[in-house]
Design a protein around this ligand. Structure first.
Ligand code: GLN
Length: 537
């Protein structure tokens, strides 16, 4: 362990180049060299956190163990490195300003004028250094959201400039840019990269390493050109070519020696090689499946696949573990609302059905249709959060005969609120950060499918919801064949249900997808895919 080194990852030219994947790949390579690494993301928007953002805006909201609602890139960090993130790993402009303004109101600035520089930048620097000051990490990788040159990211880039100045060779900047291929000219073009590095230089930051996202291999001439015009060593111009799966990027970056060049830049002696054997074996199994299943993912945000990022990745981890290709059919719940013969035809092609988490009434009838089909036709079913709640509603209506049974969320006046608002939620008026969030323990009932999946009694999983199973109905459900299989030992909240007389019908109030990583594919995704494989035979 040495003094923490700081690595900043910035992006130029355009968004969506995969800064999160590059940061995660670098973290993995350093971790596999034996170092301890933390990654954090700084987001330039003014929302305090992405919890209140519509998934169409920003993709999935990822939830950490300690209940932070964060950017989906934190999910990539955890999936790649198997290291859990916390509140400190995601900071937004909103959080920074909130802290500074609270301090100003308390009078902490002693009558001084509060300004972007130094007060906002000092707070940004403090947040960057929080992880390092725990003395737990050799490296802190900080990804700066947005694109260099945006008005919003100016204070962040300025903070990077100051830290680079203060920390000397204990800080390095990796800049990710794009090298477009112009088909008409038959050439790769470096000009946008030159411009984005100029934009950084105008803000006083010289990148140390330039990673070039590209659809075609970089020629030697292109690498020379980027080095010359952007003032970086030739070896520090790296290619990040489009990969068939994000999980190949660490290997590509290893080939480009990203880890070695970063270590050298930070004055760390480079020894040995990272051990990627297990990673390679995961990739081999992912690319050479022996079986295949088709899973219908029913949700209302399916137009934007990022809205269900962790679920899609959890299928990849579990699929690779079982050497089974999981083909996900994205099904818009609104398209199932008619629940007619065409809908049934669509559902009948599936080996398993997952009903996704969500909020609000849109598309609910489609979800209920898919659930009924899975229940009646003994198709493996996996309901997550809202998906579990709707499985309870469907059972209440069609098995127990509670005609207008519903969740309080969709129908506050229902006669049968089988899903009700949690007691502690009733007084809450503020929407941001007030759901039941983060990790809670759960005790599983022996002899159930969920117990078989985990193979232990005590588990803990992450939550993000306001509503819950209404325990008033526990007995009626159990008598009719839907039992509670997991309970919170302290509050007695129902965390999981299943239908006894069904090959696989499991609903969970928590979000198992957040805890699935390459190293630890999630047991519930594995058991669900196994059931779907059996069903497809
Ligand atoms: N809307 C539901 C609730 O708040 C489910 C939330 C979810 O699916 N994450 O309880």
């Amino acid at each position: 362990m040495f003094n923490t080194r700081y690595i900043f990852v910035t992006g130029g030219v355009t968004s969506s180049l995969g800064k999160g994947i590059i940061a995660s790949s670098l973290a993995l390579l350093l971790k596999l060299r034996g170092y301890s690494v933390a990654i954090q993301k700084l987001d330039p928007y003014i929302n305090i956190d992405p919890g209140t953002l519509n998934p169409y805006e920003h993709g999935e909201c990822f939830v950490t163990e300690d209940g932070a609602e964060t950017d989906l890139d934190l999910g990539h960090y955890e999936r790649f490195t198997n290291v859990q993130t916390t509140q400190a790993n995601n900071v937004t402009t909103g959080k920074i300003y909130q802290t500074v303004i609270d301090r100003e109101r308390r009078g902490d600035y002693l009558g001084g004028t509060v300004q972007v520089i130094p007060h906002i930048t000092d707070e940004i620097k403090r947040r960057i250094k929080i992880l390092g000051s725990t003395n737990k990490y050799d490296f802190v990788i900080t990804e700066i959201g947005g694109t260099v040159g945006d008005i919003e990211s100016l204070p962040f880039v300025e903070s990077v400039r100051q830290l680079k100045w203060e920390l000397g060779n204990h800080a390095a900047v990796v800049h990710l840019t794009y090298i477009p291929y112009l088909a008409a000219a038959g050439e790769l073009k470096t000009k946008p990269t030159q411009h984005s590095v100029k934009a950084m230089l105008e803000q006083g930051v010289q990148p140390d390493i330039i990673v070039c996202r590209t659809e075609r291999p970089l020629t030697e001439a292109i690498r020379d050109k980027v080095a010359l015009f952007c003032n970086v060593e030739r070896l520090n111009v790296m290619e990040s070519i489009d990969a068939p799966t994000i999980y190949e990027v660490p290997l590509n970056m290893l080939k480009e020696k990203l880890d070695i060049q970063v270590l050298k830049r930070l004055g760390v002696t480079v020894q040995g090689e990272p051990d990627l054997e297990e990673w390679k074996s995961f990739l081999y199994k992912l690319k050479n499946p022996l079986n295949e299943v088709t899973i219908g993912l029913v949700g209302k945000y399916v137009e934007l696949k990022d809205a269900y990022k962790s679920i899609a990745e959890a299928f990849i981890h579990a699929g690779a573990f079982l050497q089974c290709k999981v083909k996900v059919k994205w099904i818009h719940s609104e398209h199932l609302e008619e629940c007619d013969s065409k809908t049934i035809e669509l559902l009948s092609e599936l080996d398993g059905i997952l009903v996704a988490p969500g909020f609000g009434a849109r598309g609910i009838d489609g979800k209920l249709c898919a659930i009924r089909y899975a229940r009646e036709n003994k198709i493996p079913f996996f309901g997550i959060c809202l998906g579990m709640q709707m499985a309870v509603v469907e059972f209440a209506r069609n098995v127990l005969g509670y005609k207008d049974a519903h969740s309080f969320e969709m129908s506050p006046s229902t006669k049968y609120p089988v899903i009700d608002m949690m007691e502690e939620q009733k007084a809450i008026t503020n929407m941001g950060g007030t759901m039941r969030l983060g990790s809670y323990p759960c005790k599983l009932v022996k002899g159930t499918k969920i117990y078989q999946a985990y193979n232990k009694e005590d588990i803990s999983e992450r939550h993000r919801h306001r509503y819950e199973f209404n325990n008033k109905y526990l007995d009626a459900f159990a008598q009719a064949g839907m039992i509670a299989t997991g309970m919170n030992p302290a509050s007695n909240l129902v965390e999981a249900v299943e239908i006894v007389d069904h090959p696989y019908f499991v609903g969970v109030q928590f979000h198992p997808e957040y805890k699935s990583t390459v190293e630890n594919p999630h047991p519930l995704f594995i058991s669900f895919i196994k059931a779907a494989m059996k069903n497809s035979l």
